[in-house]
Design a protein around this ligand. Structure first.
Ligand code: NDP
Length: 286
């Protein structure tokens, strides 16, 4: 099983990213976070997704050290927050993330949201990438118009766009655009963030019974079939394990079609076009 968990996709620059990772959004309590990270690593996960704004990079770093897994076997992502945009600011934010994580490079560093000044921030990421400090660079929450703008100014194309994606919000149009541009699709909130009773949807429950899996595993497999990277968050050991057991079966085209009918175009979280959110979160707190 361990081999399967480490199934990878290849980014435009040839660097591989494990298709399954552990998300740690909203996990702020040190012991809970360390237990989740260690459980995941012992279950075979090799990919961890954090961000400066999650306020837990330091705990992620400590948990990793305690597992004694060599750094090069892990794939670590962090993100530059909205009030750290700008060339020098982003470089400083990157250095601070490295320090908190206790590492001297990142596998993936993302612009967390397309808030003002993301072009300058991108130039900082490009330079850090060229200096060998980051194995791959990308963005998060970028819509097609943000990507078009970025591509018009970028020397290096983003390798990943991490976006809200789940059966109610499959991001079909953006997915196709990214595919055409060679940008990998990474899903945040892949299980719908535990919201809107997604996992008790009768279609998912029926498919779970058919495949002898859980609704969460059906949803994660649906992402995997779409060549999407998933980073489900859980602090519950049996769910961390459950979420990893998604590489030993596949969904038929007909069943993929059934899940496609769940598309209601409903975002569960903030829109990347919410200017008020972007502006407000770009102001550094005193
Ligand atoms: P998820 O879709 O991963 O859902 C997490 C919720 O689902 C938690 O309440 C968790 O509960 C529950 N859950 C996990 N596994 C199962 C299961 N097998 N069965 C039933 N319930 C389950 O939402 P997230 O928002 O956490 O997204 C995942 C990751 O994406 C984040 O942790 C973060 O790393 C990243 N992210 C990025 C964003 C961005 O802007 N770039 C925004 C939001 C998230 P429990 O923990 O109690 O087990």
């Amino acid at each position: 099983m361990e081999q399967a968990i480490t199934k990878s996709l290849t980014m435009a620059n040839g660097v591989k990213i494990p298709q399954l990772g552990l998300g740690v959004f909203l996990v702020k309590e040190e012991e809970e976070l360390k237990t989740a990270v260690k459980t995941a690593i012992y279950d075979g996960y090799r990919h961890l997704d954090t961000a400066m704004i999650y306020n837990n990079e330091e705990f992620v770093g400590t948990a990793i050290k305690e597992t004694e897994i060599p750094r090069e076997e892990l794939f670590i992502t962090s993100k530059v927050w909205n009030y750290d945009h700008g060339y020098e600011e982003a470089k400083a934010a990157f250095a601070a993330s490295l320090e908190r994580l206790g590492t001297d490079y990142l596998d993936l560093y993302l612009i967390h949201w397309p808030s003002p000044n993301y072009i300058e921030t991108w130039h900082a990421l490009e330079d850090l990438y060229e200096a060998g400090k980051i194995k791959a660079i990308g963005v998060s929450n970028f819509q097609i118009h943000h990507l078009e703008d970025l591509l018009a100014h970028a020397k290096i194309k983003p390798m990943i766009n991490q976006i809200e994606t789940h059966p109610e919000f499959p991001q079909n149009e953006l997915h196709e655009f990214m595919k055409k541009e060679g940008i990998l699709h990474e899903a945040w909130g892949p299980l719908g963030q535990g919201k809107h009773d997604l996992l008790s949807n009768p279609i998912l429950v029926e498919l779970a019974e058919k495949y002898n899996k859980t609704p969460a595993q059906i949803v994660l497999r649906w992402h995997v079939e779409r060549e999407i990277i998933v980073i489900p968050k859980s602090v519950t050991p049996h769910r961390i394990k459950e979420n990893s057991l998604i590489f030993d079966f596949s969904l038929t085209e007909e069943d993929m079609g059934k899940i496609a009918t769940l598309n209601t175009g409903t975002r569960y979280a903030t829109s990347p076009d919410n200017e008020e959110f972007l502006t407000k979160t770009s102001i550094r707190p005193e």
